[in-house]
Design a binder for this molecule. Structure first.
Ligand SMILES: NC(=O)C1=CN([C@@H]2O[C@H](COP(=O)(O)OP(=O)(O)OC[C@H]3O[C@@H](n4cnc5c(N)ncnc54)[C@H](O)[C@@H]3O)[C@@H](O)[C@H]2O)C=CC1
Ligand SMILES: O=C(O)[C@H]1O[C@H](OP(=O)(O)OP(=O)(O)OC[C@H]2O[C@@H](n3ccc(=O)[nH]c3=O)[C@H](O)[C@@H]2O)[C@H](O)[C@@H](O)[C@@H]1O
Length: 437
């Protein structure tokens, strides 16, 4: 089957590359000419472990191509994935403009039955809007081509996207036609070697499942951050508490790490969008409003600890910030907690030296000359009064603490992800602050 993937960002590229890798003929479309030109030269717009190899293999195998034109590539296509962005609008709702523009374009040029699959994260009711936009395109061209719409939200995590796509826990498919189900079975069954995990359901339930999943995960994180903050006040340790509650299988071990708040392109925007969907329907999602407020406050926790340690005077002090991406193994800096910390440090008059193994190029676009860009963690600590660990990259886990201490004016570590052993660092002569301990 020939497939189009519209939107060659994170989700579009991973979807296109993974489908090509099982033998499907895929063309990835994007309106960003620069992105497509680069992809045609083998330059990827994102850093994602393993993706470059798969893209290269399938381009060479002539199963994967890139283009700016949907119309020029639509002939004999059996399925079209819509994987464009749905950023937050000013009122927090998901901005559907890009999805609907693609739907209309599909209506303008589709000549043969195809299944139109929404992979972008979209609010309940959006698939009907997609259907209407395709029909609008068809009518304005006096066409009567038949098509089906399907909701197929994506659950991949950045940094582990290939594994998540190739070996998914589940594939959620919202559907209202048997013919479309055949297409979805054909495309997805090859990925389900370890059992049958396509969950078919009605379209609104599939759309809601995506938001409910992200909102649940965000809730767990805010919950743990609140408990961590209370642990600090009452003298408990969140690391022990996490182990204690996580070993109950009803709770589970994953996604219980307290830290500096969740970031990324999805949790913040999807929680906001779900709250807005509630409001639009006369329902106040109080829990999720609290989840968002707690997260905003948590992004300020390291700054508060730093200023408290230095008696509210960090003017002229150098602070070494380790990690800029919103989590390790990605260069994505969207809503990354590091930027909230850096802005607060700069406002308070601190000198900020930063290092990230992958995200520096992206971060430079945001921060310009406001901070000192360093080649490694050691350079950040030259004359520094403190280290603030924000992103838990592997290479930050066991640096040469002796060397670092010799560089620093005062040996203080603020560990925003609880990756260091406080006893070990105390012995090494450091003053250590974690989260919730
Ligand atoms: N990034 C992630 O890890 C995940 C994202 N999602 C959802 O998937 C959707 C896409 O997210 P990302 O891939 O991160 O976005 P992105 O911003 O990386 O990529 C979107 C791409 O769509 C292109 N585009 C916009 N309008 C277009 C049009 N009319 N025709 C062709 N291309 C067009 C843009 O140029 C851009 O390259 C969002 O709804 C997001 O919530 C879902 C799961 C994971
Ligand atoms: O809809 C999406 O886009 C995706 O959003 C998240 O994936 P992602 O944003 O890539 O990253 P996560 O690994 O979920 O981390 C999100 C944030 O939560 C933080 N986090 C995560 C786990 C934890 O225990 N504690 C914690 O603070 C991370 O540091 C990061 O800032 C979901 O995990 C994916 O399933 C979903 O498909």
């Amino acid at each position: 089957m020939k497939v189009l993937v519209v939107g060659s960002g994170y989700v579009g590229l991973v979807t296109g590359a993974c489908l090509a890798d099982i033998g499907v003929e895929v063309c990835c479309i994007d309106i960003d000419e620069n992105k497509i030109n680069n992809l045609n030269k083998g330059i990827l717009p994102i850093y994602e472990p393993g993706l470059e190899t798969i893209v290269k293999r399938n381009v060479e195998g002539k199963r994967l191509s890139f283009s700016t034109s949907l119309a020029a590539n639509i002939e004999n296509v059996g399925a079209i994935f819509i994987a464009v962005g749905t950023p937050p609008g000013e009122d927090g709702s998901a901005d559907m403009r890009y999805v609907l523009a693609v739907a209309k374009e599909i209506g303008n040029c589709i000549k043969k039955y195809a299944v139109v699959i929404t992979k972008s994260t979209v609010p309940v009711g959006s698939s009907e809007k997609v259907r209407a936009a395709i029909n609008e395109g068809l009518q304005s061209n006096n066409q009567t081509t038949t098509f089906d719409v399907v909701s197929n939200p994506e659950f991949l995590k950045e940094g582990a996207a290939i594994k998540d796509f190739m070996s998914p826990d589940r594939i959620v498919v919202g559907i209202d036609s048997e013919r479309a189900k055949e297409t979805m079975d054909t495309l997805y069954k090859p990925f389900l070697l370890n059992g049958y995990r396509i969950l078919y359901m009605d379209i609104p339930s599939a759309e809601m499942t995506k938001y409910a999943a992200n909102a649940m995960l965000a809730t767990r994180i805010s919950f743990m951050n609140e408990i961590a903050n209370l642990c600090e006040i009452v003298g408990a340790n969140i690391t022990h508490v996490r182990a204690g509650i996580g070993s109950d299988p009803r709770i589970g071990k994953k996604f219980l790490y307290a830290g500096v708040g969740y970031g990324g392109s999805c949790f913040p925007k999807d929680v906001k969008a779900l709250v807005k969907t509630g409001k639009d329907n006369g329902y106040n999602l109080q829990l999720l409003e609290a989840v968002e407020h707690i997260n905003d406050a948590q992004k300020k926790v390291l700054f508060k600890k730093i200023t408290r340690h230095f008696d509210n005077d960090i003017k002229g002090k150098t602070i070494a910030v380790w990690g800029l991406s919103f989590k390790p193994n990605t260069d994505d800096i969207r809503e990354a907690p590091a930027f909230v910390l850096i802005e607060d440090l700069l406002k308070a008059g601190a000198i900020v030296k930063v290092f990230d193994p992958i995200a520096m190029q992206e971060a430079k676009k945001e921060l310009g000359e406001k901070v000192t860009w360093c080649r490694d963690v050691y350079e950040t600590t030259q004359d520094a009064g403190a280290i603030a660990l924000v992103t838990e990259w592997n290479e930050f886990r066991l640096p040469n603490w002796q060397l670092i201490k010799a560089n620093m004016q005062t040996a203080v570590v603020f560990d925003g992800r609880n990756i260091y052993d406080d006893v070990f660092l105390h012995k090494a002569g450091y003053c250590y602050y974690g989260i919730g301990q």
